[in-house]
Write a protein that binds this ligand. Sequence first.
Ligand SMILES: Cc1cc2nc3c(=O)[nH]c(=O)nc-3n(C[C@H](O)[C@H](O)[C@H](O)COP(=O)(O)O)c2cc1C
Length: 171
Amino acid sequence: MSKIGIFFAPKGGSTEKVAKKIQAQLPDADLHCVADIEISEMLKYDKLILGIATIGKETWDQDYKKSGWDLKLPVVENTDFSGKTVALFGLGDSVTYGLNFVDAMGILGRTIKKQGGKLVGFTDTKDYNFTESQAIENDQFMGLPIDEDFEDEKTNERITQWIKELNDSML
Ligand SMILES: Cc1cc2nc3c(=O)[nH]c(=O)nc-3n(C[C@H](O)[C@H](O)[C@H](O)COP(=O)(O)O)c2cc1C
């Protein structure tokens, strides 16, 4: 079994908290904040778990720039991810931002796919209340959405279930 790299941003909030919970269930996995590394670091792993928070479009320029992914996304867009198996998780708020729920996970997922990565860990939408999301493909979320703002009581179970399914497709 090759090692898994977990890469997340931003630092210091719910995305980091969830990344640590995921690592706790995959003790062999390494954990990195995207803001602290070069994208080339990701290429050391064949199995990647990438975490990203969605910060709304209207504040994208101000807030998203601080996250780490904004600086690295142009590099991801020019990196070859073929041979990599990639699972995504996305932090969002399904109540306040129900029209853009976890959009950033979709933006990242499509970029990785375009660059040759194989996405795994899709999630059924039926357990979520939202209106629209750019993170949907074939009626499924392209990774695991987590809503720490309004559904934090569901987080642990969602992670456990997701990792159970990842065990078949990735680990
Ligand atoms: C200014 C702002 C804009 C946001 N826009 C969205 C959004 O468009 N879609 C969404 O699902 N969540 C949105 N959220 C919710 C965050 O993604 C959510 O609170 C997340 O847990 C933040 O992660 P962090 O604590 O790691 O920064 C927004 C939050 C803020 C503060």
